[in-house]
Design a protein around this ligand. Structure first.
Ligand code: MV4
Length: 451
C-alpha cells in the first residue's frame, strides 16, 4: 500500500480523498493555490504545498508544479480527483514516468475513451450496443446529408474530441443539417482544436443512465449497478440517484454486462463509469466512458455499502479486487443533490463570497460531502459546487422525504445557493413518479408556469 498520497485537487473531492486515505492509514499531501490558502483541504491533510496563483491554469493544472510537490514531500502516488487533470493521458503518463503511481486508469485507458468516435468504434467491436450512426468521422456536408437520409431525421452531429455536450448540433431536416454541420465544426475547432465530427440518430427524451465499474490490475472488472442522472441543466448534472426508477433486475443485468464488456475490452483498471442513453422503448446505447471517480459516486456507495475511493486506491496499489458481483447486496435507495453557490433566480449566476452563517443537515439517512464551513469565503475562480447532500432510505419515497427534510435544514447566510431549486424538483409530480428524462428541467419550468 502507498505511504503518502498527493491530492491533486481541491474542494469536496480533495476532502473525500483525504478521508479515504486516512481510513487506509495513508498520509496525505494537499496542494493548494493562493486562492485556497484558507480552504479546508490543506488543513485536513497531513501536509500541504502551495502550487501557484489562484487561477487553475497557474496552479491545479500545472503538471510540473504537481510533480515537484509530490517529489519534495516524498509521495508515492497521486490522486487526481475529477475535473482538472483527471482525464489527461499525458498527465497520467508523466506521473508514472516520475516513478509515482497515478491513482486512476492507465494513459492508454484514458486515450482510448477520450476520443468519443474512437471509443464508439472500440465498443462496437466489443459488441456493446452503440447509438446508430456514422462508422467514422464525416468528411463533408454531402456525406453528412447522405448519412442523415439513411438514418432518417432527426440526427445529431457530435465532436469526436468532445463530450459533455460541447460541439453538439441537432438537425431535424436537410436545411438544419447544413447550418448545423458548419456550426458544430466551428464550435469543435474552437473548443478542442479538433474539428472532426461524427453523426448519430437523435434519441428523443432519453434517460441518462450510467454504470459504475471498477477494474483491478489483474484483469478483473465488476459493476456496482446504475445511477440515474437524467436531471441535468445545460449538461450539468443536478440530481443523481441509485437505483434508477427505470431499471429492473433484468435490464440491470444487461447494462451491467455491457459495461463490464466495455471496460474489459480496453483492459480498464480503476474506478470508471460507462454512460448509456436509455430510449423510451427500453433500448440502451453506449454514449461515453468517464475514466475517473465521479461527483455522484456517493449514491452508489450508499446502496452498495462499498467505499469506492478506498477500493480505487487499493486497486491502484495492485491489490486484487475483493468486490464480487454475487456478494453485492444492494440495499435501499439513494439520492444526491449537488448544491452550488449560484442564484437559481438569476439564471444560476455564481454567488462567491463569505458564508456568514452555516448549518449543514444531518440525522438519519443523510450524508453531506462538503468542504465549506462558517466564515469560509467561496473563491470566484473555481467550480461553484459547495456541497453534495446525499440521502438514503429503504424506498425511493423515504429517500425523497429525507432529502426534502435535509434541504430544509441546509442554511447559509451571505450567499445564494441552489437549495430552493432542488426543493422545487423534489415537489414536482413527474419527479415523484420517477418520470425522468434529459429534457426534464425545461419541462418542469413549463409545468410550474401552468400552475
Ligand atoms: C445524445 C442525445 C440524444 N441522441 N445523442 C449530451 C451530452 C453528451 N454526452 C451527449 N448528449 C446527448 N447525446 C443522441 N444520439 C441526447 C443527449 C443529451 C443529454 C444526454 C445526457 C444527459 C443530458 C442530456 C441533455 C441533452 C441532450
Amino acid at each position: 500500500m502507498f505511504s503518502k498520497v498527493l491530492v491533486a485537487n481541491r474542494g469536496e473531492i480533495a476532502v473525500r480523498i483525504i478521508r479515504a486515505c486516512r481510513e487506509l492509514g495513508i498520509e496525505t499531501v494537499a496542494v493548494y493555490s493562493q486562492g485556497d490558502a484558507d480552504a479546508l483541504h490543506p488543513r485536513l491533510a497531513d501536509e500541504s504545498v502551495c502550487i501557484g496563483p489562484a487561477q487553475s491554469a497557474d496552479s491545479y493544472l500545472k503538471v510540473t508544479h504537481l510533480i515537484s510537490a509530490a517529489e519534495v514531500s516524498g509521495c508515492d502516488a497521486v490522486h487526481p480527483g475529477y475535473g482538472f487533470l483527471a482525464e489527461n493521458a499525458d498527465f497520467a503518463g508523466m506521473i508514472e514516468e516520475a516513478g509515482l503511481t497515478f491513482i486512476g486508469p492507465t494513459p492508454d485507458n484514458i486515450s482510448k475513451m477520450g476520443n468519443k468516435s474512437l471509443a464508439k468504434e472500440t465498443m462496437r467491436a466489443a459488441n456493446v450496443p452503440v447509438i446508430p450512426g456514422s462508422k467514422k468521422d464525416i468528411e463533408s456536408v454531402d456525406e453528412a446529408r447522405k448519412l442523415a437520409d439513411s438514418y432518417a431525421y432527426p440526427v445529431l452531429m457530435k465532436a469526436a474530441a468532445g463530450g459533455g455536450g460541447k460541439g453538439m448540433r441537432l438537425a431535424r431536416d436537410r436545411k438544419e443539417l447544413e447550418t448545423g454541420y458548419k456550426m458544430a465544426k466551428a464550435e469543435a475547432k474552437a473548443a478542442f482544436g479538433d474539428d472532426r465530427l461524427y453523426l448519430e440518430k437523435y434519441i428523443e427524451k432519453p434517460r441518462h443512465i450510467e454504470i459504475q465499474i471498477i477494474g483491478d490490475k489483474h484483469g478483473k472488472v465488476v459493476h456496482l449497478g446504475e445511477r440515474e442522472c437524467s436531471i441535468q441543466r445545460r449538461h450539468q448534472k443536478l440530481i443523481e440517484e441509485s437505483p434508477s426508477p427505470a431499471v429492473n433486475a433484468e435490464l440491470r443485468k444487461k447494462m451491467g454486462a455491457a459495461a463490464v464488456s466495455a471496460a474489459a475490452a480496453i483492459g480498464y483498471q480503476s474506478a470508471g463509469t460507462v454512460e448509456f442513453l436509455l430510449d423510451q422503448s427500453g433500448k440502451f446505447y453506449f454514449m461515453e466512458m468517464n475514466t475517473r471517480i465521479q461527483v455522484e459516486h456517493p449514491v452508489t456507495e450508499m446502496v452498495s455499502g462499498y467505499d469506492l475511493l478506498k477500493e480505487q486506491i487499493r486497486v491502484a496499489a495492485g491489490e486484487k479486487l475483493t468486490i464480487r458481483r454475487d456478494l453485492i447486496k444492494p440495499s435501499g435507495h439513494s439520492i444526491e443533490c449537488r448544491i452550488n453557490a449560484e442564484d437559481p433566480d438569476q439564471d444560476f449566476m455564481p454567488t462567491p463570497g463569505r458564508i456568514a452563517f452555516l448549518h449543514l443537515p444531518g440525522g438519519p439517512g443523510v450524508r453531506v460531502d462538503s468542504h465549506i464551513f462558517a466564515d469560509y469565503v467561496i473563491p470566484p475562480y473555481y467550480d461553484s459546487l459547495i456541497a453534495k447532500v446525499i440521502s438514503w432510505g429503504q424506498t425511493r419515497t423515504e429517500a425523497i422525504v429525507r432529502m426534502r427534510r435535509a434541504l430544509e435544514e441546509f442554511y447559509t447566510e451571505g450567499i445564494k445557493t441552489t437549495v430552493p431549486f432542488h426543493l422545487r424538483v423534489l415537489d414536482d409530480s413527474e419527479f415523484i413518479k420517477g418520470n425522468l428524462h434529459t429534457g426534464f428541467i425545461p419541462e418542469m419550468a413549463e409545468r410550474e408556469k401552468a400552475k
